[in-house]
Design a protein around this ligand. Structure first.
Ligand SMILES: N[C@@H](CCC(=O)N[C@@H](CS)C(=O)NCC(=O)O)C(=O)O
Length: 216
């Protein structure tokens, strides 16, 4: 498999973690979102939306959108399950994942930040306020679910890792990259700590990817 991503992309991080958990080999191709490589024609031919991640599996058409890719991997490699078996549990895990991937992260991606700068002339400080606000909203919603839902456990749903944890980790890691304090959300922080203690999560961290500022 071939994964088109970028070291700091939180959506790519989600796919990277799932591939690691399921022990699936792949080659990662970095699309430099800072220099605008996502807008290049050759990349748009692969993903017309001009965003990462994209997963290429065999000769089939490119797979896009991190949640759709996670579901694809789940169907193909169910042996390390990332969804519970019961419909209600699956709905809860997908719901938690969507708080992050559909209602929080999309508001802070580069094209949104660039639009705020170009159209509304928001300063960097104002854009940071925007970013932290929407990330915090996502974290606050997940924190409330973890506190109130009886299905919460060591992880977002019970005591095994699911897609909800993968998405939550992507949000928490991103929040830290923008100098946010994940400790303000104690249940979230515990789940994230448990996840990051696992190699599959730890080695997917943005700062451990080629091209990252601190990468060896
Ligand atoms: N909802 C998409 C988000 C994709 C996305 O926006 N990816 C970002 C990086 S995390 C990107 O490539 N942005 C390019 C841009 O905004 O120009 C997913 O979950 O895959």
């Amino acid at each position: 498999m071939q994964l088109y991503g970028f070291w700091r992309s939180l959506a790519t991080l989600r796919v990277r973690i799932a591939l690691n958990l399921k022990r699936i080999d792949r080659k990662e191709v970095m699309i430099d979102l800072v220099s605008g490589a996502q807008h290049a024609t050759d990349f748009r031919d692969i993903n017309p939306q001009g965003v990462v991640p994209v997963l290429i599996d065999g000769d089939g058409p490119a797979l896009f959108q991190s949640l759709a890719i996670l579901e694809y991997l789940e169907e193909l490699f169910p042996q390390v399950p990332l969804l519970p078996t019961d419909p209600r549990g699956r709905a809860r895990v997908r719901g938690l994942a969507q708080i992050v991937a559909c209602d929080s992260h999309p508001l802070i991606v580069p094209r949104v930040r660039e639009f705020l700068e170009r159209e509304f002339h928001l300063s960097e400080a104002q854009r940071l306020t925007w970013i932290r606000h929407w990330m915090r909203e996502g974290l606050r919603a997940v924190e409330a679910h973890l506190a109130h839902d009886s299905d919460s456990g060591d992880y977002c749903h019970g005591d095994t890792v699911s897609m909800a944890d993968i998405c939550l980790v992507s949000l928490a890691v991103g929040y830290k990259l923008f100098d946010g304090r994940v400790e303000d959300f104690p249940r979230v922080a515990k789940v994230v700590e448990r996840c990051m203690a696992q190699e599959a999560f730890a080695k997917a961290h943005p700062l451990r990817q080629p091209g990252a500022p601190q990468a060896a």
